[in-house]
Each structure stands twice: as structure tokens, then as C-alpha cells.
Design a protein around this ligand. Sequence first.
Ligand code: ZN
Length: 292
Amino acid sequence: MDSLVKGLIRNGNIRVYGVDSSLTSKKICKDHEATPVVSDALSRLISVGAMMAGMLKDGRLTLKIEGNGPIKILYVDASSNGNIRGFVGNPFVDLPLNSQNKLDVGKAVGNLGVLTVTKKQNLKQDFVGDVILTSGEIGDDFSYYFYMSEQTPSIVLVGAIIDVNYEVKLSGGMILQLLPGSSEDDLVFAEDFAKTTPSILQLFEKYNNILDVIKNVFPDIEILSETPIKFSCDCTKERFINGIATLDEKEINSMIEENHGCEVRCDFCNHVYNLSEDDLKKSLEIKHKKGE
Ligand SMILES: [Zn+2]
């Protein structure tokens, strides 16, 4: 079972988030028939999404990376209750390994582009923060995001291992966040941790679960919580009926008159909805009500 662990180290000066998203990432990448390099990229974003959703009291957030690489867009939607879904612009990208003999996530995503975080919290106005990409490797890009957009110095480490069957074998990550009141020593500690932990996944392979990883890496940790995370898509036919209402009236009419309905597929879970003539007429009604 995938889970998210939260804790405090160094007398409460650094907050630690650790996530094992292996099963969730495996399912999402498989559903999208993603190649190894795309699976690595999407799994990394899923891990960041799970940890950042864990930072919200109540609500959901979306992470979007639009780079100049062939993947084009990576998107993850995560809730504070542990539900996660995601999609990718081009799941079929295939590139040679990079100079370190690793999947070239940076090249697949691109190092020119924008990372956007949107947080939807109950009763509050949406928060939108964006930064330019620094490497396209995702972990570094989010470290930069936290520093620039949320003024919270953070170390973001994420990674995935893809097996010979092109499936996600392991996916996870950690975020270390310096809290107000932390010292120069705490910052050095966090930076050293990032340097001496070349791949977060080596730790995952060594221990059985994320709680054990965290406890072994940080013997002084005070565990605050461990919560499950999982894939979940909350798409409904009603949402698609509402979505179609934003299309051109001519287009909706032609779907009614020529095709007597339409088929729509959810980008996140691949579920196919067959909308009838009546469903499309509902879309038109909604459109007229809104006066569009
Ligand atoms: Zn769906």
C-alpha cells in the first residue's frame, strides 16, 4: 500500500515528507501506456503531488509542467485525502539514455518551460504559483519553485525505477522543508543530505516501506502521520456534459443532428462515456442558461 509519511527533525526545525507512490505510479503509467522515460517523469510528478497535497489542510492541487521537450505536458491532480490522478501529453517518447546511463527525464520534459501549481482550498481563493523550469528533472524544478514562489527553502528528491517489462517498479521521494526559526546549520544539513543521497531509490530498495526508510535516515524523527495514497479519478458524465457546454453551439448541434450523440474519454482514467442526444441537449441547455 502506498503511503505518505510526515515528520519533524532537528528539534522541529525541518519538516520531512516521504512518499512511496510505487503502486499508484505503476497504475497511472500503465493506463497511459507510457514508455520508460515518460513513466519516470510522470512518477516523479506523482510523488511530488502526493507530498504537496499532504501540505494542504483540506483541498486539492494540480501540478502542471509544460516544457519544450517531446513529452509536452505533464499533469497531476492530488487531494489532501490521498487521491491522485495524472496524465501526460505524449506517452510514447523514447530517447537514448543520458550521459549517466539513466533515463533522460530532463530531455524528455525539456529545460525551457513553465511549472504551475494551483491549490484549491475550501472557501479560499485558488492559489496559483508558477516558475520557469530549471532542468526538467522535476525534483530540482520543485526545489526552485518552493524557494521562488512560496519562499520556503526546500530540498525535493524524487525518482522512479522502471523494470524490464517497462512497468514502474519503485517510485517515491522526499521533501525537506526548513521551517521559520531554522538555523544556518539546518540549511547545511538539508543540503548535505541532498548531496549524499544520490538516489532516493537506493534507500527504498534497502528498506521495506517508506516509514522504515524515514526512520533509518533520520533517527531523531518525530513522526506526525502516515496516510495512504492511491489512484482515484472523480470524473462523471455530468462533468463532460458541462464541458461540452463550453463548445461552439454549431459544433454541439452537429453532434446531435449528424452523430446523434458522442463518445468522450477521460484523459486521467481512460473511462469512455457515451453521451446520448439527450445528454447533448442538456449541454445546450446549460450553454443557453449561462448565456454563452
Ligand atoms: Zn476519469
